[in-house]
Design a protein around this ligand. Structure first.
Ligand code: WQD
Length: 334
């Protein structure tokens, strides 16, 4: 199939491009490079030995979206483009609603005009809000605790309405837990601009002595060691799940939400200690107050992905920590 990858120069999008190309699919990419760089596209070509067409444009640009679908025979869309910082979304909600919601609508309208009705959406475990129990399966109640999460939930609801109105669509909503790590080439990885929001990029910067100390947000949660517990999943495992999802809808008209997680929860302290051990580096940390909006525990029941997509995560926490560290070392040298 030929898959349009929106936000294909981003962290998850770039890893999905690699796995799609490695699986024999063709891709077309667009990105506005707001939170990524064009060099990533060159590295994808170098890693895979395959070439592809890329457009620098914004999903809000209707003419650009029309041009992409007019100039290429697109079979399906894998949609990563969007703003994703929880804290920023609280400061700038209108920017998040406009970009993420209207941008997705622009893409869906272009798809409908060109009768392209296979869509894989980058959703998030954040749509489960603060779950009543763990592990979390896809039947759990949905809610949002911040504008970023609300955009994910609202897009899911839009897609459910779209399928109810026209069941010739094929839609998969992939709910990511906590993506970390990097491709084994260490040529692509998570490269947030500025001060990172997420744990692993922060650990990398402290290990590289680009930041003095890791602040662990709260050690008084009702968890194994008092720090937050999350389901960290290697980004290559996540990317392979996307290939399985797009191949699943090649033959089915359906809408399905599917968790992409390992089913294992690790605390912040477990992550930090594993990272220091496997990489033989120091990560200085202090305990501070809880971060507003954080929840104690969040990890997946991954059974549906195995049953429906024949997919399960293969990589363990040690590999996640190793690949994250080696990526950050190579990125520093670049
Ligand atoms: C993980 C744990 C923090 C930073 C968010 C979004 C989710 C997805 C991933 C986009 C928590 C602790 C973190 C730090 C810390 N985003 N922490 N010090 O909040 O689980 O999920 O990012 O796709 O949708 O909700 O990820 O990495 O920010 O936090 O102690 O400097 O690390 O408290 O327990 P989170 P995170």
């Amino acid at each position: 199939m030929t898959i349009l990858v929106t936000g294909g120069a981003g962290y998850i999008g770039s890893h999905a491009c690699v796995e799609l190309l490695n699986s024999g699919h063709d891709i077309v990419v667009f990105d506005n490079f707001y939170n990524s760089s064009p060099e990533v596209l060159d590295r994808i070509k170098e890693i895979t030995g395959r070439s592809f067409l890329a457009y620098e444009c914004d999903m809000l640009d209707e003419e650009a979206m029309e041009r992409i679908f007019s100039e290429n025979k697109i079979d399906a869309v894998m949609h990563f483009a969007g703003y994703k910082a929880v804290g920023e979304s609280c400061e700038k909600p209108l920017m998040y609603y406009h970009n993420n919601i209207q941008g997705t609508l622009t893409i869906l309208n272009a798809m409908a005009r060109h009768n392209v009705k296979k869509f894989v959406f980058s959703s998030s475990a954040t749509v489960y809000g603060d779950p009543q129990s763990v592990p979390i399966d896809e039947t759990f109640p949905l809610s949002a605790t911040n504008p970023y999460g609300r955009t994910k939930l609202m897009i899911e609801e839009m897609l459910r309405d779209l399928y109810a109105a026209d069941n010739s669509w094929s839609i998969i909503l992939l709910r990511y837990f906590n993506p970390v790590g990097a491709h084994e080439s260490y040529m692509i990885g998570e490269n947030p601009k500025g001060i990172p929001n997420n744990l692993m990029p922060m650990i990398n910067k402290v290990a590289q002595q680009e930041l003095p100390v890791l602040k662990i947000f709260g050690n008084d949660y009702n968890t194994k060691d008092g720090t937050g517990v999350r389901d960290y999943i290697h980004v290559v495992d996540l990317a392979k799940g996307h290939v399985k999802a797009i191949e699943y809808i090649e033959n089915y008209n359906t809408i399905e939400s599917i968790n992409l997680g390992t089913g294992k929860g690790y605390s912040v302290l477990e992550m930090v200690h594993t990272y220091m051990r496997v990489n033989n580096v120091a990560v200085n940390y202090i305990f501070t107050d809880r971060r507003p909006g954080d929840i104690a525990e969040c990890y997946a029941n991954p059974e549906k992905a195995l049953r429906l997509l024949n997919w399960k995560a293969e990589y363990d926490l040690e590999k996640m920590c190793r690949d994250s560290y080696l990526w950050s070392v190579s990125a520093t040298k670049r």
